[in-house]
Write a protein that binds this ligand. Structure first.
Ligand SMILES: Cc1cc2nc3c(=O)[nH]c(=O)nc-3n(C[C@H](O)[C@H](O)[C@H](O)COP(=O)(O)OP(=O)(O)OC[C@H]3O[C@@H](n4cnc5c(N)ncnc54)[C@H](O)[C@@H]3O)c2cc1C
Length: 390
């Protein structure tokens, strides 16, 4: 969506396909990072964005056993917004669509699901897509696969995937929120479990992290036992865990961490999770996807406009974004293996790991995780023009 908006803003014609009829999915995270807010500042849309309902989080906190710890402090970042904004992703996407629609070249095609690639003379020349009115063909000099971690585009393109492994899956559910509830602490780790809670005003979006593949066993034990487990982790939810009536109220999100060896083929580029599926660790996948979009627009917009782009330009996008992707995934895999795997397999009460102890003793160190989560490696800046201003 972001790449579509940037290219239309630069005067190009873009069709963004979305297979669903709306963006009301619960599984992609709600975080808008300081670096994304900085891009909005560069695009001149930050003020308008901040008028939409959102929450501003200046410090990242978590709970280990009974102890509440502060992990990140965003207030020293060199960005206009020194906070992480929380906004349901459907509101954010609708906002970006509105921005895109200000440009005549922007088209959003809902309920249009890319199913196959059109290949001509060794180049990808577009896609075939399923719509409520039947199958259509959409042809384009450049097709961008940005269809997430189960990408059909990368699969059809036969691009080779390196699986980096993830030891966990997440059970995702909503439980109502009351004004008297405690504030948001995001993650709560206890021996054997990690429970995540995101404040969405009238409800909590909750994530119950489980060892990979353990969902069936949990289901077999019954919903009552699961409710009891949630209430044990967050006793203030005890009076409403019955809102989880059965397993239909709990969705299973499978976590993947992988990366394409090559992100492109002539006429085709993959970005975001389609190029590198991100773990939820650190909540940084949205940021990375948006940064990919900005880099792709910066490198390709002018060449697309003049019709002079080649596979070498697509390779340049991969080269630009490969280092931040590798570095972020390396950290995610480290946290998955050193922290999450251990917590999920532990039966003894947890003690505070050394890194978290250091963050409590020297608050200045909290600026490091804030920088990694809030800005990421190699933050991008908008270099594409706004053609409506000429
Ligand atoms: C449980 C979980 C929690 C997470 N929490 C966070 C978080 O808090 N913060 C964070 O930054 N990251 C989080 N992530 C990672 C984050 O969700 C992704 O990295 C990010 O959404 C990637 O963005 P994307 O645009 O590449 O793909 P997506 O956000 O997955 O978007 C892909 C879009 O393409 C559409 N689509 C799919 N297939 C087709 C098709 N064939 N044709 C047309 N449309 C199609 C989908 O409907 C979707 O709208 C989380 C991941 C998981 C698994």
């Amino acid at each position: 969506m972001m790449l579509g908006f940037l290219l239309a803003r630069a005067g190009l014609e873009v069709a963004v396909l979305e297979k669903h009829a709306d963006f009301l999915r619960d599984f992609r995270g709600d975080t808008i990072h300081p670096s994304t807010l900085e891009l909005m500042y560069e695009l001149g849309i930050l003020e308008e964005f901040l008028k939409r309902p959102h929450q501003e989080v200046r410090e990242l906190a978590g709970q280990v056993g009974q102890e509440t710890v502060t992990i990140g402090d965003f207030t020293h970042l060199p960005t206009h917004c020194k906070f992480l904004a929380f906004m349901p992703q459907w509101d954010f996407l609708n906002f970006v669509v509105e921005q895109g629609k200000r440009y005549p070249g922007f088209q959003i095609k809902m309920q249009t699901e890319a199913t196959e690639l059109i290949e001509e003379n060794g180049r990808i020349a577009g896609v075939t897509a399923k719509t409520p009115d039947g199958i259509i063909e959409i042809r384009a000099p450049l097709t961008v696969g940005c269809d997430g971690r189960h990408s059909v585009v990368r699969d059809r393109a036969g691009l080779q995937v390196m699986d980096l492994g993830a030891p966990m899956d997440v059970l995702w559910m909503r439980i109502s929120r009351r004004p008297s509830d405690p504030g948001q602490t995001f993650g709560h780790a206890q021996a054997g479990t990690i429970f995540v809670m995101v404040d969405r005003e009238n409800y909590w979006q909750c994530g119950f992290v489980i060892p990979k593949g353990a969902a069936d066993e949990l289901r077999k034990r019954g919903i009552e036992q699961f409710r009891e487990e949630v209430a044990r982790l967050q006793p203030f939810l005890r009076d409403r865990v019955n809102e989880l009536r059965d397993w239909n109220d709990v969705s299973l999100l499978t976590v993947k961490v992988d990366r394409l060896r090559r992100w492109f083929r002539p006429g085709l580029l993959c970005i975001g999770d389609a190029a590198h599926a991100m773990s939820p660790v650190g909540g940084v996948g949205i940021n990375l996807a948006i940064q990919d979009a900005v880099a792709a627009a910066n490198i390709l917009a002018e060449k697309l406009a003049s019709g002079s782009f080649s596979a070498r330009d697509l390779e340049q996008v991969q080269r630009r974004r490969e280092f931040p992707t590798r570095a972020t995934q390396r950290l995610q895999v480290l946290v998955q293996n050193r922290v999450i795997r251990r917590v999920l397999s532990s039966s003894k009460p947890l003690t505070l790991p050394l890194a978290l102890q250091l963050l409590q003793r020297w608050p200045i160190l909290r600026r490091i995780p804030a920088r990694v989560v809030g800005m990421g490696f190699r933050p991008e800046h908008v270099r594409t023009p706004d053609t409506s201003r000429h």
